[in-house]
Design a protein around this ligand. Structure first.
Ligand code: C2G
Length: 132
């Protein structure tokens, strides 16, 4: 059983997220998503439209996702990789190189982001330029 993990806020779920999750799942047999808590979002200076529970319900409804856990901080990835016996860590390429420290524990793969869509762009188009 090849286990894959990825991390994110996944707010205002869109096809860029789905494409990432689909490709991540295809790299193994079981996909874990560590979903940023509302408190961690504040640390990332991200304000999500949906709260953690709402974002969790949406992710759990996606066929590619097998388990959703909470991401409470930057420092939990090594423990998660060990605890869930993860084979592959996946993130979009906007994080290229940032998580290479995990390479002694698992494969680290950065997948190309889907062009032309982002939660920030959606907010800007809905709420105007100063949205973040
Ligand atoms: N993504 C993508 N294409 C897009 C938008 C997002 O492939 N058009 C990917 C991102 O690269 C990321 C995932 O979807 O791998 C989730 O995106 P965010 O919710 O923005 O994640 P982020 O806030 O970058 O969280 O500890 C890591 C952080 O929690 C990453």
């Amino acid at each position: 059983m090849k286990r894959v993990i990825t991390y994110g806020t996944y707010d205002l779920l869109h096809y860029g997220h789905i494409e990432l999750l689909r490709r991540a799942r295809e790299m193994g047999d079981y996909l874990i998503v560590a979903l940023s808590s509302d408190e961690f979002n504040r640390i990332k200076d991200k304000k999500s439209y949906y709260n953690f529970e709402q974002r969790k319900v949406m992710l759990e409804a996606i066929r590619y996702v097998d388990l959703v856990i909470a991401e409470e901080g930057w420092g939990q990835k090594e423990k998660d990789v060990e605890r869930f016996e993860v084979d592959t860590f996946v993130m979009g390429h906007d994080w290229e190189g940032e998580f290479d420290f995990l390479k002694d524990k698992c494969d680290v793969v950065y997948l190309k982001r889907t062009e032309g869509i982002s939660t920030t762009q959606i907010k800007k188009e809905l709420y105007g330029e100063d949205a973040n």
